[in-house]
Design a protein around this ligand. Structure first.
Ligand code: DP6
Length: 351
């Protein structure tokens, strides 16, 4: 393999004579990969470049076990991409987004070959959890392999980011920071691990509430948030929030990490409330879950909420408290199912 000066530069697999081992248009170059979802503790909420998914601020997340997406990608043959999600053909905007992502991979590989893609998810439908982070992390790994590229983790993270910003973080397990970066080409806007899954045993208890009618996508929500009068304060506070979360992870201090995670989530949702038109992802069950967690905390349980672009509530707590937190959330009207996840590992090639 030819080495390249920049670690994140795409490398094409080459033989001893420098020729391609896997000519890009050659059929049946295929790979399967799996990646876990992640939940942000310091949120990504705003883009400085929507085309490249470059964030306005850095973010920090925890990759979870149990909730993953597997992607098969094969290049070669056919005149158009064949795309299947959970056994059904991809359609509309979802299909276009996949094709745009495959075009990025083809661009990196110097290939015009069409792809056959199939994805399978273990994320329960009722979870209402955006599985796009896991999906694009798995796709970045499978598609780059299938195209004959061997990408270093930072380059893989940058590639996954092109599909969905938060996918940059699902390349890695455990606690992960996605750096904002400064470059306009995004090469330095990549994620890196802060602590591995096995380094700190925590739980993220996910309360799956009834699925509300179609909500606003993260992309559209972020666009709306950018015009909120609270948005400048969000950006101005990001570095301090990140520093606080980093320090808490380094010190394995749940109280400190939970406090900053809850603050980041509530601040993110406050931006939407102040936007015109307003944006509110919460339902009644969401609010009730928050109050249950606060009541537990008043009783001495170290449990902290975080909420993403939907009505689900995720609660960070220690392993010994997960059953108590789950039991409290299960009785909230509107909560359909509760799942306690431990830290999960990074994206991996399955074949
Ligand atoms: C609230 O990564 O789904 O979950 O880059 O437009 O695909 P796109 O957005 P996405 O946004 C995630 C937003 C969030 C916070 C987070 O995960 O950091």
């Amino acid at each position: 393999m030819r080495s390249t000066p920049a670690r994140w530069t795409a490398q094409r697999l080459t033989g001893p004579d420098g020729g391609d081992l896997l000519p890009p248009a050659m059929p049946s170059a295929q790979a399967t990969a799996r990646a876990n979802v992640n939940v942000a503790l310091v949120k990504y909420w705003g883009k400085r470049d929507p085309a490249l998914n470059l964030p306005a601020t850095g973010s920090i997340s925890l990759t979870l076990d149990q909730l993953s997406v597997e992607a098969d990608v094969a290049f070669g043959g056919g005149s158009e991409d064949r795309l299947e999600i959970e056994g059904a053909p991809a359609e509309g905007e979802e299909a276009q987004r996949l094709v745009r992502f495959l075009d990025v991979v083809r661009g990196e590989a110097g290939s015009a070959a069409r792809a056959t893609v199939a994805t399978r998810s273990t994320v329960p439908r009722a979870a209402g959890l955006a599985s796009s982070a896991a999906a694009f992390a798995a796709l970045a790994l499978a598609a780059s392999r299938a195209a004959g590229l061997r990408l270093e983790p930072p380059a893989l993270s940058a590639l996954a980011r092109r599909g969905s910003g938060s996918a940059a973080r699902s390349i890695f397990g455990g606690f992960v920071e996605w750096r904002r970066g400064e470059r306009t080409d995004g090469r330095d806007s990549v994620a890196e691990p802060l602590a591995a899954a096995g380094d700190w045993d925590l739980r993220m208890v996910v309360a799956m509430t009834t699925r509300a009618p179609k909500s606003v996508s993260s992309r559209d929500g972020m666009a709306r948030a950018a015009a909120s009068p609270l948005y400048p304060a969000w950006v101005a506070g990001a570095e301090a929030d990140l520093a606080e979360a980093r320090a808490a992870i380094r010190a394995r201090d749940l109280e400190a990490l939970g406090t900053i995670a809850e603050h980041s989530a509530l601040k993110m949702h406050a931006i939407g409330l102040a936007a015109r038109p307003p944006l509110l992802y919460w339902r009644g069950a969401t609010v009730e879950c928050v109050h249950r967690v606060w009541a537990l905390r008043a009783g001495g349980t170290a449990a902290f909420v975080t909420i993403d672009a939907g009505p689900q509530v995720k609660v960070l707590c220690g392993p010994a408290d997960a059953a108590r937190v789950a039991a409290a959330l299960e009785t909230v009207p509107g909560v359909e199912r509760v799942l306690a996840c431990a830290p999960g590992t990074g994206a991996e090639v399955l074949g």
